[in-house]
Design a protein around this ligand. Structure first.
Ligand code: PLP
Length: 398
């Protein structure tokens, strides 16, 4: 009997013989998304041609998809738009946030943040060339670095390597009391943990949609802005799709009086329609049930791997309330071990220098999958199956 009440494997096309523990990096294909892509390409683009911007509602698709994501992250309709990539959305959020605190020069993040987020901030600092500084203390020291010099606190809630969870509400409160603007990156949170952006009060949130939201490789990112500040933020990337009247073709930029001011250029309609369809799998699913099931699966996996493979060291927090929906183990030969696991039907991934990462999405992972995965991990590690030259050759994507 399964305790996982949110399991809906039939909604996904998963290959036979694969236990997919990498939905935290690239979610699997929702079955209906294939038909939707065919419709968007064949009927809408193929038959309607340019008329589809109106007749198929392409123009408003970024907003409609944004509203669906809003429901999953505890945000109101009209506060989220979609497009571009997460790196771009990080740039937009930080640039807009800095303009809200022109007298302050510090951007506070942490050294567990995803490199692209930090690189985007570095590039922005160079571009504006006004003496801003990026601070990256260790995650547990972030709160201690919040003071009146900080313009922006930009953090990723769930650490991509370890799965450690920041306390969004506490950090936001502390930052805002010190007068800082807060940006949360929800890349590993949206679709994984219950979120309450309205209650949290952060000014900005960003995230991607190809991880737990199953929008497919390169699916558009999302950005949330707290409704009371939307109309005052100044977009750094002033593209025509964020203009108040994109087809007015005015020479001067005038931002839309809505979240649409954070749109940039022409949306990727095929990918966006796939995401729109992928978000249907969440109908009738409570995030609290997802969370409960993901904790059960994660604990099963941790207990199983620790009892069978003493050589693997848990790199995620042991306490489930400060761990996202992934479990990481440190192992010196982690890269080869992941390659061997993939070869034996368990797909996880590797993050340098030594992290083996496994994601647990209860929409398509059941307890029997975890039991089977533990058996295979034990075999690959304890029988030394990883110790084969063919598993040690570094591929471009790990
Ligand atoms: C996955 C991820 C990214 C990736 O950004 P893209 O622009 O979509 O490639 C960025 N930041 C974080 C925190 C991530 O987890």
């Amino acid at each position: 009997m399964t305790m996982n009440t949110v399991l809906r494997k039939e909604l996904f096309n998963l290959p036979d013989g694969v236990i997919y523990l990498d939905g935290n990096s690239l979610g699997p294909l929702p079955a209906s998304a294939l038909a939707r892509a065919t419709k968007t390409i064949g009927e809408e683009w193929g038959q309607e041609l340019i008329r589809a911007w109106n007749s198929a509602g392409w123009m408003s698709l970024p907003q409609r998809v944004g509203d669906k994501i809003a429901q999953l992250i505890g945000a109101p309709a009209g506060s989220v738009t979609t497009g571009d990539t997460l790196s771009i959305k990080v740039y937009q959020a930080v640039a807009a946030a800095l303009k809200m605190r022109p007298d302050r020069k510090v951007i506070l993040s942490d050294n567990g943040n995803f490199p692209s987020d930090l690189y985007m901030v570095g590039g922005l600092i160079d571009t504006i060339s006004s003496g801003h500084r990026l601070l990256t203390p260790s995650p547990d020291q972030v709160a201690d670095h919040i003071d009146e010099t900080v313009a922006v606190v930009m953090l990723t809630q769930v650490d991509y390597r370890t799965g450690r969870l920041h306390d969004m509400h506490a950090i936001t409160r502390k930052a805002q009391e010190a007068g800082a603007v807060v940006i949360w990156d929800l890349a590993h949170s949206a679709g994984a943990v219950p979120l309450d952006l309205t209650g949290c009060g952060a000014e900005f949130a960003v995230g991607c949609s190809y991880k737990y939201l199953n929008g497919g490789p390169g699916a558009p990112a999302f950005i949330y802005v707290r409704p009371d500040v939307i109309e005052s933020i100044e977009p750094a990337l002033a593209g025509w799709m964020g203009h108040d009247a994109p087809f007015g073709m005015e020479l001067a930029y005038r931002p839309a009086m809505s979240i649409e001011r954070l749109r940039v250029g022409t949306p990727a309609i095929v990918q966006l329609s796939i995401l729109d369809e992928a978000l249907e799998v969440w109908n009738g699913v409570e995030m609290s049930d997802i969370r409960k099931a993901s904790i059960t699966l994660s604990e099963m996996f941790i207990a199983g791997v620790e009892s069978r493979c003493p050589g693997l060291k848990l790199a995620s927090p042991r306490q489930s309330d400060i761990r996202g929906s992934q479990v990481s183990f440190a192992f010196e030969h982690g890269y080869a071990a992941i390659q061997a696991l993939i070869d034996h039907g368990v797909i996880g991934d590797f993050r340098a220098p030594d992290i083996m990462r496994f994601g647990f999405c209860p929409l398509y992972i059941g307890e029997d999958d975890v039991t089977n995965a533990v058996e295979i991990v034990a075999k690959v590690i304890n029988d030394g199956l990883w110790d084969d030259p063919k598993y040690k050759k570094k591929l471009a994507v790990t």
